[in-house]
Design a protein around this ligand. Sequence first.
Ligand SMILES: Nc1nc2c(c(=O)[nH]1)N[C@H]1C(S)=C(S)[C@@H](COP(=O)(O)O)O[C@H]1N2
Ligand SMILES: [Mo]
Length: 579
Amino acid sequence: MSSGVGFDGQGQEMDGTVAGREQQQGGTQGQPGPTGQPQAQQPRTRDRRARDLWAAGAGLVAVGTAVVLGELAASLVSPTVSPVTAVGGAVIDTVPPGVKEWVISVFGTADKVALLVGMSLVIAALAALSGVLEVRRRFAGVILIAVFGAVGLVAVVSRADLTANAIPVPVLVALVGIALLRWLIRKLLEWKPDGDGTPAAEPASLETPAASQHEDAAANDAGPARRRFLLALGGTAGVAAVAGVLASTLRGAAAVVSDVRSKLVLPGPAAPAPPVPAGAEIRLRGLSPLVTPNREFYRIDTALRVPLVDPEAWTLKVTGLVEREVELDFATLLAKPMTERHVTIACVSNQVGGDLIGNARWLGWPVRELLAMAGPKAGADMVLSRSTDGWTAGTPLEALTDSRDALLVVGMNGEPLPLEHGFPVRLIVPGLYGYVSATKWVTELKVTRYADDVAYWTPRGWSARGPIKTSSRIDVPRDGTSVTAGTVVFGGVAWAQHTGIGKVELRVNRGDWRQAELAPGISKDTWYQWKLGLPLTPGQYEIQVRATTLDGVPQVEESAPVAPSGATGYHTVRVDVKS
Ligand SMILES: Nc1nc2c(c(=O)[nH]1)N[C@H]1C(S)=C(S)[C@@H](COP(=O)(O)O)O[C@H]1N2
Ligand SMILES: [Mo]
């Protein structure tokens, strides 16, 4: 940007306070002209133009920095997500076919590059415009950035391939852009305060002695103020450059692993998942899908940046209290007979009624087979699984060796594991909260004892063992909504992993429990859907749900917080029934 501003007197003014003042005086004197009016107006117009150009530069730097920081943030939250690409994708999806054909005919295979270049130009133009608008009228540029932030948000939200993690990014971009723009424009106005008035009125006043004195004072301030503005501008651009290099490095690495993942062909299951029973999925608007799509699957981990693990380099070591250490590479793992199972996993931090729970079809090799190869020694009661980033989970040895299908998972809902969900290999253990079992990016299984080892969350206030507590949730109608009087259909899910759900009941305003219609579960390790129509007349209602296991054990009524071992209590929704 700075290359475009060394024009008409501006370059001299940049040389320092004294030079600036001299230039200003000399400039006025040097202007030929019979009257004072044109003499004063021309430098004034030039000054305005120079200030507008600096403002355009400020806009470019502010928005450019925000976009680059957005790319960096996005590459951290999700390695495959780019707001710019999302907007580009949305453009591709929305342009009329004619335009698309035309672009392809002109640019051929370079159409994507053309789109990116075109988008960059549009963004740059709008960024520059936001600076000019902002310097001329406070918040005019801010509004422009806000509008384009909103467009970016719509683009990101509308992209089917994006995870929820990416949604805050356009908001962040807009907020950072606005803050930087306000800051840079303020600095610019401290340097060039003149020109924000109407040019018609000021030239006349310039001729008065008082005004010249004022000009003189302003010129005295111009040096430091100018330096402060240029420092702010240059510093911000420097931050953008560093962030840009970082973002593209991260994205480059992510792209490599992403590419490997997308080309990976998973083996078919030797033991396929039992078919989903007819009627397991209840058709009811707003009810969570029986099998959670990967991109809707909750994500919880301590990884600030998603670990990027190249399957070629991946190995899993079985160490600790074993007869023989075993090391497994990815090709060997893929060659094993795979088991496929639906399993509902949940986070211990899931509040009653919360959404940190999801059901997927996992493909993997039973952990018990691997442990059998290693031969756990007597006295061992825990397996400490470790991920590439050092995170650990402590799982009861028994849960990994008994008949349940604890798996070394490579596939999720028919795809290789998404990077966020542990690519290339993670653990899934039916019946246990994620923090004690579901290690993503897993690279080591240490057979040990609870007495000797502690997992990541244990010293942080969470219990060493974490069986998932039986619970249930009302999905529809949602809490706090209004519904029309008549038969109101309630629906939701209930889970008691590895035991199975026997019944689900609802009660209205703490009245009698009424049994809901319970759909068959896919297996005892998955959640079950349920629904119940209740005749409700206009008024306010509080509806509660409770599940009972197949063994006849009801979920715990007493409310408990998530720490240390999972929340309990009945999910309660309040609905307003209108006539
Ligand atoms: N490497 C690693 N694996 C991890 C975690 C983590 O922080 N790091 N969090 C666990 C927790 S607390 C949960 S609830 C599950 C969530 O798995 P998901 O993100 O695939 O839904 O992953 C588990 N596996
Ligand atoms: Mo969790």
